[in-house]
Design a binder for this molecule. Structure first.
Ligand code: SIN
Length: 330
């Protein structure tokens, strides 16, 4: 065959495959994203960005359905339904994943991360990169950390200023052994309750208090059923954006690229909002004047840090000293 013919044939085959790629259909019509928090939160707004991006770029060929407020699945069944591919994205508070891998207790460790930026550095550049893979044996893919923020303690009994003020209080925890250990160390009684049941549990006095981000406290109106809030910032609510392998493997190249691009764009949005919505929520909580608010002094924080040191002795090795050291280094 002459060189000329070879060139023509190669060019034809190149344009043919380009044409096929461009004309390729998307390999999914509907994607579902389920979560447990309210609409005006970083997580829901991040999910809406994912929806907007995918629907716009696919000219409406793919629909993304976002279910907030545990309206599709709640804390107790969202992971199982992700594994079964009944839902394609969830974004749980990491303490709820510790039954699969104890390293997901890292955001619960007291006074571990020095700032919001340190959290992002840990997940994007540090040991967090290994932790993203912690659910692979379950058929789950960890995509990104979606931060929420530092947690603060609310309760109905008394202002919490010193570690001993927690003595005897019934405190709701998200999940995981570290959160239980924190309250047991402070002589309080922890019990794990799903987020969807938290408001009622506080209202009915099943528990006296809980700890959460300003954003979750404000958007779930927990100040309507709590008298005191202490700005302790002693640990964090941070999420893992998760999808499942079955779903990802079913996507053709064009769809997978669209989905992964959407994850990047939505992550950026969620991270910006985690800062601004938490700051706004704190101002709104102050304006609403439903709770008496106490901001821990540096000295108070030091007392809490000292009182909670045993948690490191007990759980440092389950999480891994390398992980703890890395989290502290940013
Ligand atoms: C969430 O932010 O997803 C829920 C946190 C909680 O359970 O308190």
């Amino acid at each position: 065959m002459s060189l000329y013919r070879v060139l023509i044939l190669s060019a034809l085959s190149f344009f043919l495959s380009l044409g096929q790629a461009l004309a390729e259909d998307y390999s999914v019509n509907v994607i579902r994203f389920s979560h447990v928090v309210s609409e005006n939160t970083p997580k829901h707004q991040g999910a809406l960005k994912l929806k907007e991006y995918i629907e716009e770029k696919s000219n409406g060929e793919i629909k993304v359905q976002v279910y907030p407020n545990s309206s599709l699945y709640g804390d107790k069944d969202e992971v199982e339904n992700l594994i079964a591919n009944n839902v394609q994205f969830i974004c749980p508070d990491m303490s709820k994943l510790t039954r699969y891998d104890p390293r997901y207790d890292v955001p619960s460790m007291p006074f571990l991360f020095s700032s919001d930026q340190a959290v992002l550095d840990f997940w994007d550049k540090g040991k967090g990169q290994d932790l993203l893979k912690g659910l692979e044996s379950e058929g789950i893919i960890g995509l990104k950390c979606w931060p929420n923020g530092f947690k603060n303690i609310t309760n109905n009994e008394r202002p919490i200023k010193k570690p001993e003020d927690l003595e005897g209080l019934k405190i709701r925890t998200q999940s995981g052994e570290v959160l239980s250990a924190i309250y047991k160390t402070l002589d309080a009684s922890p019990s794990s309750i799903a987020f969807g049941e938290l408001f009622t549990a506080l209202q009915q006095g099943v528990v006296d208090g809980q700890s959460n981000t300003f954003s979750n406290i404000y958007t779930k109106k927990l100040d309507e059923v709590q008298k005191y809030m202490s700005v302790t910032k002693h640990n964090r609510v941070d999420y893992l954006l998760l999808t499942n392998k079955r779903f990802m493997d079913s996507l053709n190249k064009k769809t997978k690229k669209l989905v992964m691009d959407a994850v990047e764009v939505a992550t950026k949005k969620e991270r910006e909002l985690s800062i601004s919505l938490n700051a706004e929520a704190y101002e709104k909580l102050k304006e609403r004047e439903q709770m008496e608010i106490y901001e821990l002094t540096e000295e108070d924080r030091e007392d809490f840090r000292e009182a909670l040191a045993p948690v490191y002795e007990k759980y440092g090795s389950a999480i891994g000293q390398d992980v703890i050291k890395d989290a502290m280094s940013w």
